[in-house]
Design a protein around this ligand. Structure first.
Ligand code: FAD
Length: 352
């Protein structure tokens, strides 16, 4: 990564910003705010289809008790409030995209590329990648490798791909329910398969799904997937086993299997940064890595005494922002001011 120089993108080919934040977890979100206070703009990349990282994905309804001055807040509400707090700073989000490479451009900037071919350039990078990127767990279905990426998918990257298709969705959590509800209006047919009658997803989504079943708009099968039928990467049916009805085939063109997510360090391991215990070593003054202009905060950062807590990541965001400022505005002096006395910021943030 670091030593390798790549050519600058053709004019208009790459997004230009001040800081690229990799990871839209709570810490990446708060980094938008701290950078915004200093007049620094950001683009944020996350493989998930929504911001919030672990808070949104792993414990949206659990109470967090150690956010200063907030007695108790759920992971979902903390995420919602962070999004509201950073809204005035207009960060651009690239969701559903994994940052796959980090290189230096010919003009001294850093360039991030995603697996959706988005290219972003900036003088500074903030890695807020937590425990790594959330990646879908592969379902334990015999022969699934022959179809994955062609007609079997574990995430929806482009909704329109499924327009007019006969789709089977497998799973009982929020992703399976959300995509059932989301694709139903555009798909030719949706069949939801879950091995149990109980669904783990949000009660509201379960209710909406059941209403669609009652209205005959989607089919629901409480059954176990046993195998796939098809050829040359194109699935034609899913074989399922039902407790009473035995084995039968459900014809389809696509299978969307949502069997949970796992966190993997992923491409960040190849960014060429010093790693310690699969995390990125930083100083504790600016949270800068071994590479000038690349910062790391939150759970992904490693330094003596590091606590994997949201409040630690918030503190790291503030110091990172002061460090990144100097790469973005090398000729400007950073004037520290409290938000209580920053009239311009007050107008921008609270409209007063
Ligand atoms: C069950 C549970 C309960 C917890 N309770 C508390 C608590 O009560 N209090 C507390 O302070 N902490 C708690 N934590 C810890 C807290 O959730 C983490 O400290 C916090 O989420 C770290 O935030 P982060 O933004 O650094 O990382 P994350 O929340 O992990 O977010 C990182 C984001 O980066 C994305 N990402 C990673 N790599 C890439 C890539 N290459 N491209 C694109 N995107 C990428 C990931 O998809 C993810 O969305 C809890 C954790 C768990 C699992």
């Amino acid at each position: 990564m670091a030593e390798q120089l790549v050519e600058s993108a053709a004019p208009g080919g790459a997004h230009q910003t001040d800081v690229i934040i990799i990871g839209a977890g709570p810490v990446g979100l708060f980094a938008v705010f701290e950078l915004g206070l200093l007049g620094v703009k950001a683009h944020v990349v996350d493989i998930l289809d929504k911001p919030g990282g672990q808070c949104a994905e792993l414990y949206p309804e659990k109470p967090i008790l150690d956010i200063p001055a907030i007695k108790s807040i759920s992971g979902a509400d903390l995420t919602r409030q962070l999004i509201e707090q950073i809204e005035p700073f207009g960060a651009e989000f690239h969701l559903n995209e994994m940052a796959i490479s980090l290189d230096k451009t010919g003009n001294g900037k850093w360039r991030v590329q995603t697996d959706m071919e988005t290219v972003i350039e900036a003088p500074a990078i903030c890695i807020a990648a937590g425990g790594g990127s959330f990646q879908p767990k592969k379902p334990p279905i015999p022969g699934v490798d022959d179809y994955q990426g062609q007609s079997v998918f574990y995430a929806v990257r482009k909704r329109d791909m499924f327009k007019g298709k006969n789709i089977i969705i497998a799973g009982g959590g929020d992703s399976a329910l959300d995509w059932t509800l989301n694709l139903q209006p555009i798909a030719k047919k949706i069949t939801l398969i879950h091995r149990r009658p109980d669904f783990r997803g949000a009660p509201d989504s379960v209710e909406k799904m059941q209403a669609l079943v009652s209205a005959g708009k989607i089919d629901l099968h409480i059954a176990q997937i046993k195998g796939l039928k098809g050829a040359d990467g194109q699935i034609t049916a899913v074989s399922v086993e039902h407790k009473e009805d035995g084995e039968y085939d459900l014809p389809c063109e696509n299978l969307l299997a949502f069997f949970g997510l796992t966190m993997k360090l992923g491409p960040i391991a190849d960014f060429g940064l010093n790693l310690t215990e699969n995390r990125i070593a930083v100083d504790t003054e600016k949270f800068e890595t071994s590479e000038p202009g690349i910062f790391c905060i939150g759970d992904m950062a490693f330094y003596p005494g590091k606590l994997k807590l949201i409040l630690s990541g918030f503190h790291e965001s503030a110091l990172m922002s002061h460090g990144a400022f100097h790469y973005v505005f090398p000729d400007k002096k950073l004037k520290f001011q409290h938000t209580t006395s920053a009239k311009g910021l007050q107008a921008q943030v609270v409209g007063e």
